[in-house]
Design a protein around this ligand. Sequence first.
Ligand code: NAD
Length: 492
Amino acid sequence: MSTTNSLPNYINGQWCTSSATEHLDVINPATAEVLARVPLSTAADVDQAVQAAAEAFVNWRRTPPTERVQYLFKLKNLMEENFEDLACTITLECGKTLAESKGEMRRAIENVEVACGIPVMMQGTNLEDVARGIDEMMIRQPLGVAAVIGPFNFPGMIPFWFLPYALACGNTYIVKPSEKVPLTMQKIFRLFEKAGLPKGVVNLVNGAKEAVDAILDHSKIRAISFVGSTPIAKYIYSRAAANGKRVQCQGGAKNPLIVLPDADMDMTTRIAADSAFGCAGQRCLAASIAVTVGKARKTFTDAIAEAAKKRVVGHGLDQNVEMGPVITAQSKARIEELVQKGVDEGASVLVDGRSPKISGYEKGHFIRPTILENINPTGEIASTEIFGPVLSLIHLETIEQAIALVNSGQYGNMACLFTTSGAAARKFRYEAEAGNIGINIGVAAPMAFFPFSGWKESFFGDLHGQSHHAVEFFTQTKVVVERWPSDWSRQF
Ligand code: NAD
């Protein structure tokens, strides 16, 4: 394969060619046009990045936090100035609409803003006179070199759940973006360069399995953040932990959304449609199963079917488009096979979005919103993450049954309830086994100043991304117990 136009890595403050012998095409999912070629970097490339980061750590950790955040303030301003361009790049390589890409970049910037508070967030604690004349303090120190391995669906935002906190806390960093969407990070690293970060503090290594395995095994990497599918999350978690690293791994999801009969149906339908079909269903917080309770069944079913049929599907950069394509041709084929699987298990297709013709974009990986009704609650379709614009409907009679269904799932990324009853909302918030709860909210994505709290098979680790959890993840605590007898000082 040719290496022409292969994307560079960014190591030790330099754009450099990977030593990869294999490259992949980066494809615009709306047109199937090749946008670039990405190198599948080798263990040697990763080692180069780690050595640079380890060297940079010596001075970076000694740089006062107030100075470290000045680079983040500069980065924030550069991200604002280049906001439109970054959002367009996300849409081109990932397919989502421009509005969705802007929302993604906004959350990335918000994380930079929160990390700028590190001079306060990183502070420790202390207590005088833990025994007579003895004081004790807990201080937070950076770990060293850390790395993030990202998924394809949020190329701009997800590395920023971790990166700004890692840097602000005094660590040095390596980003390994998804090989399907490496272009956004290319642009963001140009901004790091402009912000003037000391060389080696942030490094970019493109690639796939070989690069990931090298990160998992490198003795100088202290901490790894991963976001992606559950089988890979489990693999990363176990291999990195076996190598003695600190790890946090966010995995897949199958998010239920419960509609009670007293819900405001107009609002519920609008929000549910956006949750299920926004980003073409390729969000780890996408509603995947809608459970109607009692009399909610008919009203919600009719309204969501209408909303699904009306959704405008097309190229994410075109005006008025409400939903883009899915990421690859393989992904489209897999989603359509899963819909068929649902039918084979007894479901009926209420709205069929398979194999649509999108005028002008015949080669794109499009699926229109699809709704499956009466799915088998114990079948494969009820538990498999489809990761496409497919909503499955289940009907139950009580909120207790609905909560039992939520809690029977293997994942625990998000669960949502639509109601006008405070008591029902409180019961749900209290009993539902998921780390992110939405009450009349369809995508319960925590703001940057709260942790992104997946549970069960949606998360492996204890400290999550964003906010104080990220600060704890990227620091190690040191406790100092001190005695300074006053009669010693009198001797000098
Ligand atoms: P993926 O697991 O296929 O890939 C994620 C990363 O792992 C990529 O960087 C890839 O290069 C690497 N990778 C893939 N296979 C590997 C292997 N065998 N060995 C080593 N590394 C490997 O995930 P994806 O398809 O890019 O992303 C979609 C998934 O991510 C969905 O399951 C979605 O739910 C999940 N996700 C979860 C969250 C969350 O917060 N829980 C957020 C976004 C996405």
